[in-house]
Design a protein around this ligand. Structure first.
Ligand SMILES: Cc1cc2nc3c(=O)[nH]c(=O)nc-3n(C[C@H](O)[C@H](O)[C@H](O)COP(=O)(O)O)c2cc1C
Length: 331
């Protein structure tokens, strides 16, 4: 199987309950180049659950990485092989999630203190698939938060065969904080991630945590190979429209919000015809008009209950008309 070369300068973070295939499709309308990630999928879910639902994606989503959660090298290798067979471009191992459920399963962030097991997992996956294996991690956990701890973790996992890391630049606190608090309370330490890149320059290092503007991303690219953006891509997706031009030097496309809505309308029609609830599609575009005239009405129209038997194209047309009228009024 031919593996695609992945340009990792900008990627969209895996986010449970957010980065499903509909959201990823929407992201791809905004940028041709950003690397997209699935939500974390546990090995148990993929091996025993509704595989088609977890793995389904549209061709145009490439480059697309699957993020796996687990700690059993054989299961991870099996899941990676399945994902490779489905055409995914990368397997990413989650070593950053601090949730209680994930800790109970002994995977995610708590694995940072079990370098040996992470190395075994990476090694086994690496030996099983040809697509790149990457690790998403934190800068530390609890009081294991020194530079040496992070360095030793990255170095060992690199020795096991992984040369691409995405580092969320804050540590995880494994008890007493919710996952949401663990994305806000531990302080960001970008210098720590830059120092890893300096010490291990042959590795491909992406930095993650707190980026909201393209110029921040550009300046990070002076220090590291890539930037991963999570919440900002959800809250203000239109920021990505400039990314192809500014980050990837491709000015061949930049759609307006209106054009993006028109394109998304066709996707909505297609998915609704397949039985998808329109709300599961439109919930992802709620941030499209962030900071623009008509943003509040746009959000409200998308949040209101949708009566049964609503024609999806009509529904989208009403929204497009309403938001465009509001915008024209303010000009
Ligand atoms: C709703 C939500 C769900 C998340 N789910 C995952 C996940 O499944 N796997 C993962 O590695 N990180 C997950 N994260 C963490 C993000 O990938 C990212 O590391 C974090 O949000 C920091 O980046 P940001 O400041 O750009 O949002 C999640 C974050 C959010 C907001």
């Amino acid at each position: 199987m031919q593996t695609r070369q992945i340009d990792r300068r900008l990627s969209i973070a895996p986010m449970m309950d957010h980065t499903d295939k509909h959201f990823r499709y929407f992201m791809r309308l905004l940028s041709k180049h950003v690397v997209l990630y699935t939500e974390m999928i546990t090995t148990g879910a993929l091996i025993h659950g509704d595989r088609k639902r977890f793995l389904d994606y549209e061709k145009r989503e490439h480059p697309l990485a699957i993020q796996l959660g687990g700690n059993n090298p054989n299961d991870l290798a099996e899941c990676s092989l399945i994902a490779e067979g489905e055409g995914y471009d990368e397997v990413n191992l989650n070593i950053g999630c601090p949730s209680d459920r994930v800790q109970n399963g002994q995977f995610g962030a708590c694995l940072m203190s079990n370098t040996k097991l992470v190395s075994e997992c990476v090694n086994k996956i690496q030996a099983t698939v040809k697509i790149p294996v990457t690790v998403k991690t934190r800068i530390g956990i609890d009081d294991q938060d020194s530079y040496e701890f992070l360095y030793n973790f990255i170095k060992s996992v690199n020795d096991a065969g992984c040369d691409t890391f995405i580092i969320h630049a804050r540590k995880a606190i494994l008890s007493g904080l919710s996952p949401k608090q663990n994305r806000e309370i531990p302080p960001l330490n970008y210098e720590r991630v830059h120092a890893i890149k300096q010490s291990l320059p042959s590795l491909n290092i992406s930095i993650n945590g707190g980026f909201t503007e393209l110029d921040q991303i550009q300046s990070q690219l002076q220090h590291v190979d890539g930037v991963m953006v999570g919440r900002a891509a959800y809250q203000n997706p239109f920021m990505l429209v400039e990314a192809d031009n500014v980050i990837f030097n491709d000015d061949s496309s930049s759609l307006t919000r209106h054009e993006i809505l028109e394109e998304f309308k066709h996707y909505v029609a297609k998915q609704c015809a397949l039985g998808v609830n329109i709300k599961n599609l439109t919930r992802h575009i709620i941030g499209l008009y962030q900071g623009q005239p008509g943003a509040r009405q746009f959000r409200r129209m998308l949040s209101d209950a949708v009566p049964e038997n609503t024609n999806p194209v009509q529904f989208m047309d009403n929204i497009i008309q309403s938001v465009t009228a509001k915008k024209n009024l303010s000009e």
